[in-house]
Design a protein around this ligand. Structure first.
Ligand code: FPP
Ligand code: MG
Length: 295
């Protein structure tokens, strides 16, 4: 991972603008899940750290833009760039990071460059769908999962596919692994938004629903509620809700097993991911660690 951090620092230095270096250094790196995945799939390849750096820059850019779109004041427990330096700077920093990443992609074969760059189109489509869907209460599970796939899983899928190509491994199977890992990861994230407290999350608990996002536990809950309660849940959507209402939603979710049902789907997707790369202990370990995160 040190080599990845070095590649990231080199790309940022090449931008040749102190303000960018300064702003980038203030960002918290996060788990670097995508980079770790690339190194696990193509550990021997000399260009794997550069590919990992590219993917991490794209991911960082997408989060900078996402925080502007979501009007989020924190990211990973610290103030977001849009909160400290304004939305204009956050957007431009994002533009610089992802265009720099795209420039570096020319170092790779066409198929790898295409997989990574087209996943950014999907990512952006997913984000747009997310914004559109948050305008109304969404009860459609398939629509939700399609948006989730585009928004979160496509970059992980492309990272797995591209690194498998680098390492001469089965790219299709690794793509399936990446896709299911991404989906499972996001569903667990959605669950944690409800089950964790604000201190652990680095943002208020149940923030997704306040932002208008009807994640899987809400979709499952809505299906089970009687009409009167359906209306009550809908009327809390996309607004800041008081403690009583939060508690009511949590109790109802408990009654109807909405969290467990969501978790079962995350586990099923994880096991599909494991099946795709059967026998690869390192990739299996990534999944197991992720599933444990939700306890
Ligand atoms: C986080 O979602 C957002 C994403 C994973 C993708 C965002 C994608 C874009 C803004 C498209 C533009 C892409 C580039 C490269 C500039 P979330 O809001 O559900 O998660 P959060 O709780 O972490 O904010
Ligand atoms: Mg967001």
């Amino acid at each position: 991972m040190q080599r990845v951090e070095r590649e990231i620092a080199k790309l940022i230095k090449e931008v040749d603008y102190d303000e960018v270096t300064h702003l980038f250094n203030k960002l918290t790196g996060g788990k670097r899940l995508r980079a770790k995945l690339i190194l696990k799939i193509a550990p021997e390849h000399e260009k794997a750290p550069l590919l990992a750096a590219i993917v991490e820059l794209i991911h960082a850019a997408s989060l900078l833009h996402d925080d502007v779109i979501d009007e989020a004041s924190t990211r990973r427990g610290v103030k977001s760039v849009n909160a400290t330096d304004g939305s204009k700077i956050a957007i431009m920093l994002g533009d610089i990071l992802y265009s720099k990443a795209f420039t570096a992609l020319v170092e790779f074969d066409k198929e790898i460059a295409k997989a990574i760059s087209s996943s950014v189109t999907s990512l952006s489509k997913g984000e747009m769908k997310d914004v559109k869907m948050a305008e109304e209460f969404n009860e459609d599970e398939d629509k939700y999962l399609d948006m989730l796939y585009l928004k979160t899983a496509t970059l992980i899928e492309a990272a797995a596919y591209a690194s498998a190509l680098l390492a001469n491994k089965d790219a299709q199977k690794h793509a399936i692994y990446g896709r299911n890992l991404g989906l499972s990861f996001q569903i667990i994230d959605d669950i944690l938004d409800i089950t964790s407290d604000a201190a652990t999350l680095g943002k208020p608990s149940m923030n997704d629903f306040v932002e208008g996002k009807c994640t899987l536990p809400y979709i499952y809950l809505y299906k089970e509620l009687e009409d009167k309660d359906k209306s009550r849940l809908k009327s809390s959507h996309a607004k800041s809700i008081d403690e009583d209402e939060t508690l009511w939603i949590k109790i109802k979710m408990q009654e109807h097993g909405s969290i467990e049902k969501s978790f079962l789907l995350a586990k099923k997707l994880s096991s599909d991911a494991m099946d795709a790369v059967k026998g690869d202990e390192e990739l299996t370990k990534i999944l197991q660690t992720m599933i444990k995160r939700s306890y």
